[in-house]
Design a protein around this ligand. Structure first.
Ligand code: 0RA
Length: 648
């Protein structure tokens, strides 16, 4: 036994050396140590369970948020092997949990889930957890091993026996709060991702529950618990995404095929939207920035729609030609491909690079839809008509755009007269304030630091881009001046190196209209200048809600609690106070606005980013879509919740 223990502690040391690297530079392995990194630990474990499902051994995964913000993931896969690993001479369970990149399966043929930062392995989760308990049920035995900061606390031990058919893995972990800056799990974030997983893996049941808040009537029941299961996968995913839009035909078109050597599954449908919504996945992981599979899809779709549309209704509209952009308008699509060795590109590694995926998907789409269109003439006609209508609109918009372009707006040429620009020409230093209303714009102009702060006052509400076509968008003055001032261009012509300000700060009144304007502007950025949001260039200013004056002392307060506390403390010390509630930015003079909301030393900015593109798309399509009443209600009651959801 003594010998055994010596051997054991020997391997212990090498383990520590391997995982120490993860603890020293956690961001290199999981992206960050904030709330994103914290949730990344969950995906890392669940990815392993989904791998078991992909390999056909698992159909149920349970994710539980535990009372002290630990996580438990249970699956009914094969269980992690617990025999002695031939090379490492310790239990395979320990090897999987402690060897970097040993992660999941050892056979090269399985589809390892690894996109972007995913796939670094469950050992990283172990390294970044103060405590982790791994339990494997296999061969009739339930075997457990516990770890602290990645190091085994003891050898594996048997905790019970079961019949041999019962198999599976349970990983319970507690993120190390000396590593993570945020340690509270968000139920919605986990549930959203679980829903996505269930659509992408039809037949797989994923249960998410939150044991932090239990039913007072029955303490065995968590108040939040959802079960995600989709018998038909991607088609339902499209319906879910489109739930706030009007579809042009009822059932999404779903097909699976081989893209060269890779299996690909695709679902598409058209709606009356002016946007396209393409979501792509490689091995179950969202490729937010697209890549070769998406390029191949677009090319294949354009070719096949043009082939079938021509001759159908071209007699009526023979003078317009359908282009790729016309085929994309109003399209909702999901592309899910499986690639054993995916290559990811770009700064965030969210873009597929494998060149063979392009031609593979293109051919797959062309062939599958060629057959579908031949067999479904009524749907083909709807799609053809939509594409021709869009093409006609585009030709009209081209004239509007050309007018804009001549003035250099899309090229970032001249600057609009309305812009009070800063004097610096170093974009990293420069800030653009988008200010609600001319009067606040005036105060902002007086209060700014001219060197690096530019002011653009916006008149009232800006155009709702969710409900406008390109003709209206390029004809809108507020939007034109914004595009011109920002300088980077839009959509496919967006060039980040032309960006004139690295902080774009939305400054509106702290009321319902103000949050509506924020949402309109964010919708515009999300749809037309998405890299601005992804790159973290967009911010919200937070003006104070109250000013309290007591003698010569003036204080500003951003929440009701804060204001009440101040009033109480003044009252308790027998001082008189005068309370002013700011109804709008315009009530502050230039000095006050500058010191409370604009000066870098004293202001509070909220950085806007979108953590989940599908959730964001739904919120924007709901908020900005056709249905007026639910939207109005939502904005009035929930405006700030919406922003929370977007991680703002
Ligand atoms: C190594 C080898 C095998 C499965 C696993 C690891 C495995 C890891 C995790 C993590 C969470 N759930 C998991 N389920 C399985 C293959 C086992 C075999 O060949 O039987």
């Amino acid at each position: 036994m003594a010998e055994n223990e010596q051997e054991y502690s020997g391997s212990n040391i090498t383990v520590l050396e391997g995982l120490e690297a993860v603890r020293v530079r956690p961001a290199m392995y999981i992206g960050s140590t904030d709330t994103r990194g914290l949730h990344h630990l969950v995906w890392e474990v669940v990815d392993n369970s989904v791998d078991e499902a992909l390999a056909g051994y698992c159909n149920r995964i349970e994710i539980t948020i535990l009372p002290n913000n630990g996580i438990r993931v249970v699956d009914n896969g094969r269980g992690i092997p617990t025999d002695i690993h031939p090379k490492e001479k310790v239990g395979t369970l320990q090897v999987v949990m402690t060897k970097l990149h040993a992660g999941g399966k050892f056979d090269a043929n399985s589809y390892k889930v690894s996109a972007g930062l995913h796939g670094v392995g469950v050992s990283c989760v172990n390294a970044l957890s103060s405590h982790l308990i791994a339990t494997s049920t296999r061969g009739g035995k339930i075997i457990r091993q516990e770890f602290g900061k990645g190091a085994p606390l003891a050898p594996q031990y048997e905790i019970g026996t079961v019949s041999a058919e019962v198999r599976g893995t349970t990983i319970e972990f507690y993120p190390d709060n000396t590593i993570f800056t945020e340690t509270v799990y968000d139920y919605e974030t986990i549930a959203t991702r679980a829903r996505e997983f269930s659509y992408l893996n039809k037949g797989l049941t994923i249960v998410v529950s939150d044991e932090r808040v239990l039913d007072p009537a029955d303490p065995n029941i968590p108040l939040k618990k959802e079960e995600f299961y989709s018998p038909d996968g991607l088609g339902s995913f499209v319906e879910f995404i489109d739930k706030n839009r009007k579809p042009l035909f009822e059932k999404p078109i779903v097909f699976s095929s081989n893209a060269g050597e890779y299996p690909v599954e695709i679902a598409i449908r058209y709606t009356d939207s002016y946007q396209d919504n393409i979501f792509s996945f490689v091995n179950n992981v969202n490729t937010y920035d697209g890549g070769t599979h998406v390029t191949g899809f677009k090319t294949g779709l354009t070719r096949i729609v043009v082939k079938h549309a021509t001759g159908k209704i071209s007699k009526l509209k023979k003078d317009v030609e359908i282009t790729g952009a016309d085929v994309l308008e109003g399209l909702t699509a999901i592309i899910a491909i499986k690639i054993p060795q995916p290559q990811f590109e770009g700064q965030t590694k969210r873009k597929l690079g494998n060149s063979e995926a392009k031609s593979g998907v293109e051919t797959a789409v062309f062939r599958a839809l060629d057959e579908f269109f031949a067999e479904n003439p009524s749907i083909t006609k709807i799609i053809a008509e939509k594409a021709y209508n869009t093409a006609e609109g585009r030709v009209a918009a081209h004239k509007a755009k050309a007018a804009v372009s001549r003035k250099g707006i899309l090229e970032g040429g001249g600057l609009p007269g309305k812009l009070s620009d800063c004097s610096s020409r170093t974009p990293e230093k420069c800030e653009l304030f988008l200010v609600e209303g001319d009067s606040a714009g005036g105060s902002a102009k007086q209060g700014r630091t001219r060197e690096f702060q530019a002011i653009l006052a916006l008149k009232g509400k800006i155009l709702n881009v969710e409900k406008a076509n390109d003709v209206q968008i390029f004809g809108n003055d507020e939007i034109k001046t914004m595009i011109q001032s920002i300088g980077s261009g839009i959509k496919d012509d967006f060039k980040i190196d032309k960006l004139r300000y690295h902080k774009i700060i939305i400054m509106t009144d702290a009321d319902v209209d103000g949050s509506h304007i924020q949402t309109l502007l964010l919708t515009f950025f999300f749809r037309y200048m998405r890299p601005l949001i992804d790159g973290g260039f967009v911010y919200l200013a937070t003006p104070p809600l109250y000013r309290i004056k007591s003698g010569k002392q003036e204080t500003y307060h951003f929440t009701d609690e804060d204001k009440d506390a101040m009033l109480k403390s003044l009252r308790d010390s027998g001082k008189k106070s005068e309370l002013q509630r700011y109804k709008g930015l315009g009530e502050m003079n230039a000095d006050q606005l500058a010191s409370t909301t604009m000066a870098p030393e004293t202001r509070v900015l909220k950085q806007c980013f979108v953590s989940d593109a599908i959730a964001a798309d739904q919120i924007f399509s709901m908020l900005m879509g056709e249905e007026v009443e639910p939207r109005r209600k939502f904005i009035e009651s929930n405006a700030y919740k919406v922003l929370d959801k977007l991680d703002i």
